[in-house]
Ligand binder design. Structure first.
Ligand code: NAD
Ligand code: TYD
Length: 357
């Protein structure tokens, strides 16, 4: 049976990817999910998949930095494909404490590459896909878009650690002939997103009548992609992408942060009108918007040219932002247990820390 090792599969994008692979792509093989279950990893994200695909879905708690664990696991399950998501992923946390980012994002990727090259020596029927971010390219001016050839210029410890891992993956392709692909994607949003990131944070704060923090002047631009569209792109690259190639993935959806937050307020007003939400005490959702101190080294603008993946693999985003946002808001409203559990754990500590910055 074909076996894919998914790292970080208990996190936001990794769990959506595993669901996509079984439910949408109708994959007939096995998925092994290796995840350390940091604050961002959540077994609840895949509770239904665990039941439904028993026998073809295996969860293993472990650290990608631990070479022996990775090697033994890949050997035991005769892994032929790696989809590498595991990372420390939040820019603000990387500013407060970069160490874990260096460990997991750089050393962890190194240990996976080493295990793959040792076990797969000389094989061409295998594939290592590395999931990365558009943040490695740095910040754009008013015009232009990131292409796959844009020079790297990372500014945060997070993006620097991801840039470093991208370079390592390319080095293993060039030096050892490891069959790799890399994707650099823009900001994702959707179900199972941990509420330290802008969109889920704003949705949940708004529902509770709490401030919606907008960093600096709110005029930074990000490109947004619905998470399932990202999963579809990764699946296509894993199966059809050319070896050694990088693919930029984006949503064709550049927005100012302040407009994203206002969009969330509009989506919430449709789903739970402010006049029916007691937590708002007579206010409107937009009244909660609060400008706060800017993030250090905050990149001004990201935009993605995804013409290569569109041309070569026929992928493009399927959802518009308003549709994706409405689905996301509906998901958070339909999953109060998930929200309650996430909020009672790691989230609480994060919020405490974030508001002392
Ligand atoms: P996330 O923080 O939600 O999940 C990360 C997962 O990795 C968690 O389940 C965590 O437990 C696990 N993990 C962390 N350290 C580990 C370790 N040492 N060993 C094993 N598992 C470990 O992150 P996400 O938003 O789902 O991002 C997934 C990947 O996609 C990352 O590589 C990130 O850089 C990349 N990416 C994210 C976005 C985005 O908008 N979120 C955009 C582009 C690329
Ligand atoms: P975030 O969701 O943290 O993702 P990333 O830093 O990886 O892009 O942030 C998205 C944008 O929103 C970014 O420009 C920072 C900004 N932001 C806020 O304005 N307020 C917030 O509370 C957060 C978490 C982010």
């Amino acid at each position: 049976m074909k076996t894919i090792l998914v790292t970080g599969g208990a996190g936001f994008i990794g769990s959506n990817f595993i669901r996509y692979v079984f439910e949408k792509a109708k994959f007939k093989g096995r998925v092994v999910n290796l995840d350390k279950l940091t604050y961002a990893g959540n077994m609840e994200n895949l509770a239904d998949i665990q039941k439904k695909y028993k026998g073809r879905y295996t969860f293993v708690k472990g650290d990608i930095c631990d070479y022996k664990t990775v090697f033994e696991l890949m050997k035991k399950y005769a892994v032929t494909e790696v989809a590498h998501f595991a990372a420390e992923s939040h820019v603000d946390r990387s500013i407060f404490g970069p160490k874990d980012f260096i460990e997991t994002n750089i050393h962890g990727t190194f240990s996976l590459l080493e295990a793959s090259r040792t076990l797969w020596a000389g094989r061409k029927d295998v594939r290592f896909h590395h999931v990365s971010t558009d943040e490695v390219y740095g910040s754009l001016g008013k015009t232009g878009k990131f292409k796959e050839t844009t020079p790297y210029d990372p500014h945060s410890p997070y993006s620097a650690s991801k840039a470093s891992s991208d370079h390592l993956v390319r080095a293993y392709s060039d030096t050892y002939g490891l069959p790799v692909t890399i994707s650099n994607c823009s900001n994702n949003y959707g179900p199972y997103h941990f509420p330290e990131k802008l969109i889920p944070l704003a949705i949940l704060n708004a529902l509770e009548g709490k401030p919606l923090p907008v960093y600096g002047d709110g005029l930074q631009v990000r490109d947004w992609l619905y998470v399932e569209d990202h999963c579809a792109a990764i699946w296509r690259i894993l199966n059809k992408g050319r070896c050694g190639e990088t693919y930029n993935v984006g949503g064709n959806c550049e927005m100012y942060n302040i407009d994203v937050v206002k969009g969330i307020c509009r989506a919430l007003e449709r789903a739970v009108p402010a006049r029916h939400n007691k937590a708002l005490e007579g206010k409107n959702y937009v009244d909660l918007i609060t400008y706060v101190k800017d993030r250090a080294g905050h990149d001004r603008r990201y935009a993605i040219d995804f013409s290569k993946i569109k041309r070569e693999l026929g992928w493009q985003p399927s959802l518009r932002f308003a549709e994706g946002l409405a689905k996301t808001v509906d998901w958070y409203l339909a999953n109060p247990e998930w929200v309650k559990n996430v909020k009672s754990g790691a989230y609480k500590n994060w919020i405490k820390k974030n508001y002392t910055r």
